[in-house]
Design a protein around this ligand. Sequence first.
Ligand SMILES: C[S@@+](CC[C@H](N)C(=O)[O-])C[C@H]1O[C@@H](n2cnc3c(N)ncnc32)[C@H](O)[C@@H]1O
Length: 358
Amino acid sequence: MRLLPILLFVAVAVVLLLPLLRRMRLPARSAPRALPDELVKDPVCQTYIVKSRAVRRTDAGQVRYFCSEQCARLDARGGGGRARMTHRHPDPWRDADAQTNLEQMAAGLESRGRTPAHARLRRRFLRFVPVRAGDRVLEVGCGTGVVVRDLVTLVGRRGKVVGVDSSRLLLDRARRLCREAAGRARLALRVGDGARLPFAARRFDAALAITVILHVADPLRVVREMARVTRSGGHVGVQDQDFGVVAVTHPDRELTDRIMHGVAAHIYLEPHSGRRLPGLLRSAGLEGVRLLTDVYQDTTLEPWTKTFLERRAERAVSFGIVNEMTAARWLDGFTEVVAQGAFVLTLNYYGAVGTKPG
Ligand SMILES: C[S@@+](CC[C@H](N)C(=O)[O-])C[C@H]1O[C@@H](n2cnc3c(N)ncnc32)[C@H](O)[C@@H]1O
């Protein structure tokens, strides 16, 4: 008789606990990952790369991952001894031609150029300069030609655009990409260093540098050169991101700050380049300096933003700021934010324009 209450208690407990037990047995529902979360080390250049973006090779049944086709080729040629190299300066834009992942860098410039928020702020800056029909305009550090393709449209049939870049390989891509561009006949592309421009004085109505000053060794020298080749009354315009003002939604704020600030401090001489541009133009002797502040804004994790965050994670590991596991956890943290429709990344851009005195 004493058994009955015990059995009754067990039955009630099972009925109450069953749904809980069933839930515990369900495989964890994994949301699709917004950002791939595993980092692998390139055995050639020793940098880290997110696995889904890495170049994959199988060698004697063993899978190896590389940051680029070039590193994979170097590895194959190196055989047992393995060719070893490093990407020299931490800022790859200092010497683009020395990088093994130049293809990805070029693709990144084009991807950024296509991103609506970036196209809007870039064109807004060109109107702010202003670039007018009939102008002769120089762009220093033209890369794959994103800005010069805008410029040829703005200067119209009577104008002229010259793009200069220190990278021969990026200019080759720019030539290919601009072949079909409207106004191609008004465009010339030349290899050259912004610190020693290959032009006579006062040749241009405007000289521009878009996301370049951040990367050069001597910003004042480049701006002085831009001023030298600009006519009196013409404009010198520079636009840069400011990596002191990146805001991004992530569950771990402290880790996000450590990665964002740590990586920027390692790569750039002056991560706050954007906000310093007006002072830089004044130091170069330009007058009537004006500032345009703009914001790159993304709420959908655009392809360029995704690559930007992955690169920050890769470099945080390469620079020893965090380990691979932490970088992977950081990338994974964005998954939840994106799934909730709560993703926001903003990055401030500063554009400064000055007038060459008479
Ligand atoms: C981030 S990219 C910007 C490219 C382009 N302005 C755009 O917005 O798409 C920086 C460019 O500056 C070039 N660069 C870096 N240092 C330079 C220098 N001293 N003289 C000329 N170009 C330089 C790089 O090769 C690269 O193409």
